[in-house]
Ligand binder design. Sequence first.
Ligand code: FAD
Ligand code: SF4
Length: 397
Amino acid sequence: MTSVSPHKKAKALKPTSRRPAKELCSECGLCDTYYIHYVKEACAFINQQIDRLEEQTHKRSRDLENENELYFGVHQDMIAARKQQPIEGAQWTGIVSSIAIEMLNRGLVEGVVCVQNSKEDRFQPMPIIARTPEEILAARVNKPTLSPNLSVLEQIEKSGMKKLLVIGVGCQIQALRAVEKQLGLEKLYVLGTPCVDNVNRAGLQKFLETTSRSPETVVHYEFMQDFRIHFKHQDGSIEKVPFFGLKTNQLKDVFAPSCMTCFDYVNSLADLVVGYMGAPFGWQWILVRNDTGKEMLDLVQQQLDTQPVMSAGNRKQAVQQSIPAYDKGVTLPMWAAKLMGVVIEKIGPKGLEYGRFSIDSHFTRNYLYVKRNYPEKLEAHVPEFAKRIVGQYKLPD
Ligand code: FAD
Ligand code: SF4
C-alpha cells in the first residue's frame, strides 16, 4: 500500500482568502498550493528560522564575527561580474537568465521556476515552470511587485520532475527551503536575487505616479549605486531621480508590510545570489554560497568579465543621519536632493560599503517598524545578525 503525503490532503487557499500571515503576507505563493499544510513552520513571516535553514542548506550558519558574513551571509566566494554580451532587455546584464538557460540546455535540470508577466500588464507577475530557453528569456527583467513564485509548486510533483532550478527572492526561498524535502526532487538548485522595498501592484502604481515624470511609459527601474533611481522609459530614455528627493511622506505606506519587516535582503538560503549592490556601477555582484552555487556559476564563466569586489568610503554617518530623516518623512527640495546626491556619490560609500549602507539603512528602518507595529514579534522575528547590525546605530524610540 502506498501512503499519501499528508500535504496532499490539504487544500490551497482561494486567491481572495486571507493568508495565515495576514497583512504581513508577501504573496510568496506557498498558500496557493497544498503545501499550505506546512505554512506555520515554512512562512518567513510566521516563523523566522534563517539560522536553522542556513545549517540545513550550507551545513553551517553565518560567522557573526566575520563582517562580510555578518552582512552578506554564508559564502565561499564573492565577485563582480558582467556578461560580455548582455542580454537585451534583462534587468542588468542577464547573468540570472544565462545561468538558467545553460542549466536547462545541459540537462542539469528539467524545469526552471521563474516569473514572466501577463500579456496585459508588463508589471503583473505570472510564475511559470519554464522548459525551454525561450520561456526563460521571456521571464527576464524584474517584475517589481510581490510575486507568487511558489504557486507552481504543485505542478512539480504532478509533472514527475526530479531536477529543478528555482529563481526567487528571499521570502520565497525561505518557504521553499522549509518544504524542500517534501517536493520529491533528486536535486534542487536555487538561484536567488537580493530584494528590498517591494510593493503590491497598487503600491507600484502609487510609487511610479509619485516619483516618475511619466509613470505609464516606465519599463524598468532600479535603485542605483549613484544614489538615484533610474527609470527606463519605452523610448529608451533614462530618467534619474535622487533618493534624497523621494517624497517619503507620501511613500511611507507604499512598501508592503512584509518588506518592512524583512531582514533577508541578501537571500541567505540561495545557493548562488546575483544582485548588483556590492559591485561597481554597471557590474553585477555575485555571492557563491556553497558548492552547488559554484557549479552553477562555473557554467557561465566563459561568458563573463569578472573583477574582485572592492570597498571604499564610510557609510556610518550617512546611515545615522538618514534614520530620523526617514522617520519624520522629510523631503528635500529637488535642488538640494540633487546636490546631496552629487556630493555623496563623490565621497560616499562604494562597492561592498555601498551594500552595507543599503543593508544598514533598511534594517534600522525595518527594526523600528517591527518594534512599533509588532512589538511581540521583535525578539523572535529579527535574526541575531540583524540585531547586531542595527545595534551599531542610535535609534529613536
Ligand atoms: P535577468 O536575467 O533579467 O532575470 C531576472 C530574473 O528575476 C528572472 O528570472 C525572473 O524570474 C526573476 N524575477 C523577476 N521579478 C521577480 C520577483 N518579483 N520575484 C521573484 N523573482 C523575480 N539587487 C541588489 O543588489 N539590490 C537590491 O536592492 C535589489 N532589489 C531588488 C528588488 C526586487 C523586487 C527584485 C525582483 C530584485 C532586486 N535585486 C536587487 C536584484 C537585481 O535587481 C536583479 O534582479 C539581479 O541583479 C539579476 O539581474 P539579471 O540581469 O541577471 O536578471
Ligand atoms: Fe503563505 Fe507565503 Fe503569505 Fe506566508 S508569505 S502566508 S507562506 S503565501
